[in-house]
Unconditional design. Structure first.
Length: 356
């Protein structure tokens, strides 16, 4: 599959790119999508998936499962294609049940031409949902991967108050997936996340997401220690916005480029939040839980290697509820079991590199 080459004068007029002659740039799309409960129809006794079976509350059968796959494949095939005809080169996903659903998804007709590879590990999450990474095998060559567990505890559970050295009962949630590889020969690191939910309330549950952010920061710092110019992306459904303590203070992700120092982290989603955009809606309020954040070396204006260009939220009209109580919201799975797309919009960024 050929990478699109951009003639960028039109895009970058008035910026550092505006020059007397045109230059061509290769572009890759890096994206993240919470696909909302991508379960197969088979009962798994090890997890809580009863409702996602033919006999469950949603009567989740083969026909509905195939429709869900068709819906998701349409979205993935179109993410970022306004300015890059190639579908995402790198795609992080969350809320998937197992490797089989990933294989079924990448083999859908709309996605087969991308020839996606899959990196996935089972997480200990009680619902059985995991994170994973898709990558176009033509352009990205993984060199290592690992799932890094998040250890959080519930000290209020009196039955287990003395367990785990007095920390209380362990709360089993999603691991953080770290993948390192070569993007057209250039080393990149991708961390895929699905941080703990707001169950029990935002304030009460915040320490769990702060713990997830601390683990994330530890991973990024370790990569920085190995290589001060490490290009690291952390992406996922963080269940917090760019302004929350977990992201802003613990992860220390800056919302303005000028505030990002050497060894720092930039969050391009902050500006989208300030402009009133959102990836998820609740009680008629929008927020940006789905984020792609990255390290300072990707902000350099030396385009002899891949650098950040711009960010977007993929919220085309076909992804939006057209009527009813949730008009204007993301068109999610219905309680009746009718497959939608997701209750989250995907997010994406473009990477560009000058063609020599």
């Amino acid at each position: 599959m050929k990478i699109k080459l951009l003639s960028i004068l039109a895009f970058f007029a008035g910026t550092v790119f505006a020059q007397s002659q045109q230059k061509s740039y290769a572009v890759h799309t890096v994206a993240f999508y919470n696909v909302e409960n991508l379960f197969d129809t088979i009962r798994d006794e090890k997890i809580y998936d009863e409702e996602w079976t033919p006999k469950g509350a949603r009567s989740w059968d083969g026909k509905k499962y195939q429709q869900k796959l068709e819906n998701l494949s349409r979205v993935i095939a179109e993410i970022g294609t306004d300015e890059n005809t190639n579908m995402p080169t790198i795609l992080g996903v969350s809320e998937i049940e197992n490797r089989k659903v990933l294989e079924d998804l990448v083999n859908m007709p709309k996605l087969k031409k991308a020839n996606y590879g899959i990196i996935h590990y089972d997480s200990p999450d009680r619902r059985g949902i995991d994170v994973a990474l898709f990558y176009q095998t033509k352009h990205f060559k993984p060199t290592s991967s690992k799932n890094i567990p998040l250890y959080i505890y519930d000290p209020t559970d009196t039955k287990y108050k003395d367990s785990n050295n007095g920390k209380g009962k362990r709360v089993y949630t999603r691991d953080q997936l770290l993948v390192t590889g070569l993007l057209d020969g250039e080393e990149m690191h991708f961390i895929v996340n699905h941080w703990p939910s707001r169950s029990g309330g935002e304030k009460k549950s915040s320490p769990n997401r702060e713990a997830a952010a601390a683990l994330n920061k530890k991973i990024i710092d370790s990569l920085y220690n190995i290589n001060p110019n490490a290009k690291v992306f952390t992406m996922g459904d963080l269940n917090d916005g760019p302004y929350n303590k977990s992201v802003k203070d613990v992860l220390e992700a800056k919302g303005k480029k000028d505030d990002v120092k050497k060894g720092g982290i930039f969050n391009p989603m902050y500006q989208l939040y300030k402009e009133g955009h959102g990836t998820i809606a609740y009680r008629d309020a929008w927020d940006i839980f789905d984020q792609i954040i990255f390290t300072e070396p990707l902000l350099s204006k030396d385009y002899s290697s891949f650098r950040y260009w711009k960010v977007g939220i993929f919220n085309k009209p076909f992804l939006v509820q057209k009527s009813g109580q949730y008009k204007g919201y993301p068109l999610r799975n219905q309680l009746s079991g009718e497959p939608g797309f997701s209750d989250h919009f995907p997010v994406y960024i473009y990477l560009i590199k000058e063609k020599q």
